[in-house]
Design a protein around this ligand. Structure first.
Ligand code: GLU
Length: 473
């Protein structure tokens, strides 16, 4: 029997969930689901100074919003310190790690001397035990770090799920610090904190992770991790390093170049399934398909067809994808989202039944929930058409017909057929055609010259609101 697939996402809680991390979370989740495996959430909070509880919450909320359910976790690295210490001690005993007592000043001097000799700076392994090597006694008062005995020779090679075979020579990398002493002001008895490259290996080992998807900024870390896995005798996961996401200017997607957090897209009225669709396609393909549901992503995502080159964030395409998912979304669901957006604008009394009917009528013309809320707000807040629209559509021959219509609407049966009949009657009485009357009516009641079928739209208003908006003719 083959090992069950287990993937994980391991964000650091130093900010919101970045789009790049959301994409690797999606790939990890989809890969696990595709294979009937498990997906684990781990919070890498060892950067104590920059990690916050607020960020943890944002990450959890964004994962929840995207629908990326994890089967285990969240695990917190800071709750696993004792385990890292246990592994470190075992490594020291096995001779695959050692204590290094160099002070920062000594390390500076070492690098300075290397630079002066024209060498690449590196740790010169002065505290690394070797058969026959005599180490000085530990200097008093210096809290040691623990370093990994990286192999001195040889090449680390792995077959990356995204990039294919990658090799890095051990000459390129030195004896990594895997554990730092507790900070000087830490309470007595505090444990030192492991570095990323070490904690990640212990965790991926303990959590039996079989496939690691992450951003390609970690490629240079992978050789260390592979060496540590091997020193521990732990099974190696497969690695897949996804290229970074570029902004629409071809530069790395960053805060300065627009929204990079999942939360910002939620607030801007994008649907989670559209985000998953767009993120999946950004770095992965399934034939020529551009539109898919989360279930299809799971069905098709088998770790192949991942792009090797960076993808570019395209807001127009995301809007197009979202518009498609808006059309597919249930009216009640959109209505509930619009209700929240409207409440944020101070419109607190918009009834769900009315919003549901209106969402059905308007969702086809909206790229986002915010656009839909913009439309539906006309039912609750006064509208103001532009001067240009008023001038174009409220012509002298139309105004008398609008007055008649107002009087007819005051008595009409208040539903679509009743309103349509009143409009017909007004048109006949004034010898006008629908394309003359309808835009003028829209401008006054809805604030815009184009809407879905006006009788259907009017039927969603309270009669009194429509009459009020036609009062000043
Ligand atoms: N905490 C790391 C990050 O957020 C995780 C990298 C990894 O997946 O190994 O970049």
């Amino acid at each position: 029997m083959s090992t069950p697939v287990r993937t994980r996402i391991a964000p650091s809680p130093t900010g919101f969930l970045h789009l790049g991390t959301a994409r690797t979370a999606l790939y990890s989740w989809a890969y696990a689901r595709h294979h009937g495996g498990q997906f684990v959430l781990r919070i890498e909070d060892t950067d104590v100074a920059r990690s916050t509880q607020e960020s943890v919450q944002q990450i959890l909320d964004s994962m929840h919003w995207l629908g990326l359910q994890y089967d285990e976790g969240p695990f917190f690295q800071m709750q696993r310190l004792a385990r890292y210490h246990e592994v470190v001690e075992a490594m020291i005993a096995a001779g695959t790690a050692y204590r290094c007592y160099c002070t920062p000043e000594e390390l500076d001097a070492m690098r300075e001397a290397q630079r002066a000799r024209g060498e690449k700076t590196h740790y010169d392994r002065r505290w690394r035990p070797l058969p026959g090597k005599k180490l000085p006694p530990p200097p008093p008062g210096v809290q040691p770090v623990v370093r990994f005995c990286n192999p001195v020779d040889g090449i680390v090679t792995w077959d990356d799920l995204v990039k294919g075979p990658i090799s890095i020579s051990n000459h390129e990398i030195d004896d990594l610090i895997i554990l730092r002493p507790p900070a000087e002001d830490a309470p007595p008895g505090s444990l030192g904190v492991p570095t990323y490259n070490f904690a990640v290996v212990v965790d991926d080992w303990d959590m039996a992770i079989t496939h690691v998807f992450r951003g390609d900024e970690h490629i240079n870390n992978t050789p260390w991790q592979i060496n540590i896995f091997q020193a521990l005798g732990a099974p190696l996961p497969r690695f897949g390093h996804c290229p970074i996401i570029l902004g629409d200017d071809g530069q790395k997607l960053s805060k300065r170049r627009g929204a990079v957090s999942v939360t910002a897209y939620e607030e801007a009225g994008f649907l989670p399934e559209a985000m998953l669709n767009y993120l999946a396609r950004l770095g992965w393909s399934h034939g020529d398909d551009e539109l898919f549901t989360p279930a299809q992503i799971v069905q098709w995502f088998d770790g192949s067809h991942l792009a090797r080159s960076p993808a570019q964030w395209d807001p127009a395409k995301l809007a197009w994808v979202n518009a498609h998912h808006m059309k597919q979304a249930a009216d009640e669901r959109l209505a509930a989202m619009v209700q929240r957006h409207l409440a944020g604008r101070g419109v607190v009394d918009a009834p769900l039944t009315q919003l549901t009917a209106a969402a059905g009528l308007f969702k086809d013309r909206c790229a986002t929930v915010v656009e839909l809320a913009d439309w539906l707000s006309m039912f609750y807040v006064p509208v103001q058409a532009s001067e240009a629209d008023l001038q174009t559509h409220l012509t002298p021959d139309v105004v008398p017909a609008l007055r008649s219509l107002r009087d007819l609407l005051a008595l009409a049966t208040w539903d679509k057929p009743g309103i349509a009949a009143a409009m017909k009657q007004a048109l006949a009485a004034h010898g006008l055609k629908m394309p003359q009357l309808a835009p003028a009516l829209r401008v006054l009641v809805c604030g815009r010259a184009q809407t879905p079928s006006i009788d259907a739209v009017l039927a969603l208003f309270e009669r009194t609101t429509v009459l009020e908006r036609l009062r000043h003719l």
